[in-house]
Design a protein around this ligand. Structure first.
Ligand code: ATP
Ligand code: MG
Ligand code: MG
Ligand code: MG
Length: 430
């Protein structure tokens, strides 16, 4: 079978499918969650070293889709995308006082001149330092919202669950700067609303809970949590007033909002995002100032907003998949449709020569969402059953099997919806 148009083809795809129990360079004890096992076995990611992973082509394609959603919501609220250098001078962390508190989670290094650096785990100091300009920027330029999507480094005590707790992971972090507390709070609420939209678009049930400010500090914080048995956080929900909080902020477990003791539900959650209203905790020591109407420098009010992108991807897989098959939210799946042509040498192959390619083109051209989202499994020496299994395990929602009925005057296509376990016979128009 030869193809006239460039296609996404399985035969050319770098997707090493492995069986972990038979792989000598990956100890079984390193595989601690369903999503990690499936993503490693189906060639979505590859472990570089414990807690650090390569994103293979399918993993990166899913990640890029998540990044697109995040970019569009961040830019809708006026977020300006940039990229900070990943090596941070330790001096900045000394100025904020965080260097001595951070402890062994911080990856540190020295250059040949004995200057000390850290591999940044987060960027509150760096973002504040960026605004310590002389002369400072005029009040007219605020609120300012800058964000980046980059690797963050944390030497976690227990890197585990694959991408969910890595030592190197991908985070979207936004920093907001305002001229007073009132407008900082408005900006905070606006960014929280955009987080709601991101999670609504992904389509996984989430809860926004009162969070613990932890080592980042500040006046107010919220966490976005996916409820899941594997989650490492404990969430308290009060059935009386509907308030939710991370148990870290609850005392005697009482509802921190209304004081209710009896009617409180405790569940585990995966923290997928965290927002902080910081006040001047970083902007003051790092001299992030603006020039006021009176032409005098005044300290900026700051917020910081993290989204664990690699964690979100793995958490979705963890929540949706079975033990054997990956399932993705439709908007994040690397491909949405797989087309499986008949095996080479079969009688079906004789009568369906151009059908797979024409169907591929038809789907891509007539359904805008399917552009670059259709995959053709052209490994024609393999049986349909074997290719069907690979497509299902990799999490392609729709699998179209081409058979003898798919040619001629009124062709029909066997269309399998793997999420609904439905098999439909559709005409070309349908
Ligand atoms: P956790 O409580 O899980 O250790 P954190 O509270 O230390 O997370 P933050 O400093 O709030 O994390 O970072 C913002 C986001 O980055 C988190 O909400 C999470 O989604 C993600 N994140 C944090 N640590 C990791 C990690 N080790 N691997 C993957 N994602 C992470
Ligand atoms: Mg942590
Ligand atoms: Mg946390
Ligand atoms: Mg947090």
């Amino acid at each position: 079978m030869t193809f006239k148009i460039p296609l996404h083809r399985v035969s050319k795809l770098f997707q090493p499918i492995i069986n972990i129990s038979k792989t000598s360079n990956l100890p079984m004890q390193d595989v601690t969650s369903k999503s990690q096992k499936l993503m490693l076995e189906l060639g979505i990611i590859h472990q570089a070293t414990p807690g650090c992973f390569h994103f293979l082509p399918l993993g990166l394609k899913a990640l890029d889709k998540l990044i697109k959603i995040v970019d569009s919501e961040m830019q809708t609220i006026g977020g300006q995308k940039m990229l900070f250098s990943e090596l941070t001078n330790s001096r900045l962390w000394k100025m904020s006082g965080r260097l001595k508190d951070a402890g062994p989670e911080l990856f540190t290094l020295k250059d040949r001149h004995n200057h000390h650096y850290i591999l940044s785990p987060t960027y509150e100091e760096v973002a504040s330092d960026l605004l310590s300009l002389n002369p400072p920027i005029s009040y007219k330029h605020f609120p300012l919202k800058v964000y980046q999507i980059s690797s963050k480094f944390r030497d976690e005590t227990k890197p585990r669950y694959g991408l969910m707790r890595g030592r190197e992971f991908l985070m979207k972090d936004m920093y907001s700067f305002d001229i007073d507390e009132t407008s900082a709070k408005d900006t905070y609420n606006e960014i929280c609303t955009s987080y709601d939209k991101i999670f609504d678009r992904i389509g996984i049930d989430y809860v926004k809970v009162l969070g613990d400010s932890g080592s980042i500090g500040g006046n107010l914080s919220h966490e976005y949590q996916f409820k899941a048995p594997i989650g490492e956080d404990c969430i308290i929900t009060c059935n009386k007033c509907n308030f939710s909080a991370n148990s870290e902020v609850c005392h005697e477990k009482k509802c921190p909002n209304c004081g209710e003791q009896e009617n409180v539900l405790v569940q585990t959650g995966i923290e997928v995002g965290h927002t902080f209203l910081l006040g001047d905790k970083y902007s003051k020591p790092l001299k992030a100032f603006y020039l006021g109407k009176n032409a005098k420098p005044q300290v900026l009010q700051m917020g910081s907003y993290g989204l664990g992108l690699s964690r979100i991807l793995a958490a979705c897989v963890e929540l949706l998949s079975t033990e054997t098959d990956i399932a993705w939210p439709d908007v994040l799946a690397p491909y949405n449709v797989a087309i499986i042509p008949p095996k080479a040498g079969s009688k079906e192959e004789q009568v369906t020569k151009d059908v797979p390619e024409n169907l591929y083109k038809l789907l891509e051209d007539s359904i805008p969402q399917l552009k670059d989202n259709v995959l053709l499994d052209d490994r024609l020496s393999l049986t349909i059953g074997r290719r069907y299994l690979d497509a299902k395990r990799t999490g392609y929602r729709y699998i179209v099997v081409i058979n003898e009925k798919s040619s001629g005057e009124k062709p029909t296509f066997e269309m399998n919806d793997t999420k609904e376990t439905d098999r439909l016979y559709l005409s070309q128009e349908e």
